[in-house]
Write a protein that binds this ligand. Structure first.
Ligand SMILES: Nc1ncnc2c1ncn2[C@@H]1O[C@H](COP(=O)(O)OP(=O)(O)OP(=O)(O)O)[C@@H](O)[C@H]1O
Ligand SMILES: [Mg+2]
Ligand SMILES: [Zn+2]
Length: 241
């Protein structure tokens, strides 16, 4: 405990009406720890469903697959995200989601809305940015470094956490080695019916080219796919405002 609570001086107990009771800081610390453990970057911890704006998605451009406007598709995707939260609270083995779409279309934003809502409801989860996770695993091989975590620990966390957000499973240069790591996470989660929310800028039909057939087939089995389409990167749209 680095910063001491001035109610209980770090003891975790306060005396009220001559009786000891748990200091509110104990619960707050649990919330803080859960949030820290989720590894959601602070900037993204503010993303909520209320802040998800549909106006960024064109209401006249047509999604060629869904035959609805971009806004219509985004609205369906938003609803699917909200439905996931509801189902997950009911059943922790509910199927996951796959958000695809171009750069700056709100995929990560929406995944964070799910994560933040569930964290607020005391659920444990992990937000893993795929390229970073792969780098962290690689770094455990470096014998010159004082490694505090092992590859197995990193992989086990991603395999076993009740809800995993795999952010940016995108169009990177995958090697056999990186494909195997991703396969081992996905395969375990499928076998144990642990939901995964994936964001990716790869089109569904190209997924197997990047990730291989076995991983792709499993992703389709465990995640429902949804699209977010924009004609202009939302980061650019924000910058113009
Ligand atoms: N629906 C939305 N409502 C409000 N702001 C949004 C929305 N979608 C995205 N943004 C804003 O745009 C930024 C970029 O969105 P996000 O990171 O979700 O894009 P992405 O689809 O994950 O892109 P990439 O493929 O580059 O990872 C967000 O940080 C947020 O500020
Ligand atoms: Mg993203
Ligand atoms: Zn206290």
């Amino acid at each position: 405990m680095s910063e001491q609570c001035n109610l209980c001086a770090g003891r975790g107990l306060i005396i009220r009406d001559n009786e000891a009771e748990q200091c509110p800081c104990v619960k707050q610390r649990l919330v803080d720890n859960r949030f820290k453990a989720s590894q959601i970057p602070p900037k993204m911890s503010k993303h909520t469903f209320e802040g998800f704006q549909l106006t960024y998605y064109s209401d006249h451009k047509i999604d060629p697959v869904k035959k609805t406007s971009y806004r219509g598709s985004a609205s369906t995707t938003l609803q699917a995200a909200k439905n996931f939260v509801r189902s997950y609270l009911d059943d922790p083995h509910t199927p996951g989601l796959l958000f695809t779409g171009p750069v700056g279309s709100g995929k990560t934003f929406l995944a964070c809305c799910i994560a933040n809502t569930l964290l607020a409801k005391n659920k444990n989860l992990l937000f893993a940015v795929v390229p970073d996770l792969l780098d962290q695993i690689k770094a455990t091989y470096d014998t010159n470094r004082l490694n505090t975590v092992t590859e197995t620990q990193l992989l086990d966390t991603a395999r076993e956490v009740p809800l995993l957000i795999l952010d940016d499973l995108g169009a990177h240069n995958y090697t056999d080695w990186t494909r195997n790591k991703i396969y081992s996470i996905i395969n375990h989660r499928l076998n144990y019916l642990l939901p995964t929310i994936i964001t990716s800028n790869i089109n569904l039909e190209d997924l197997d080219e990047y990730l291989g057939e076995r991983t792709t087939s499993r992703i389709f089995q465990m995640c429902r796919p949804y699209r977010l389409l924009v004609d202009v990167d939302i980061r650019m749209q924000e910058a113009r405002r």
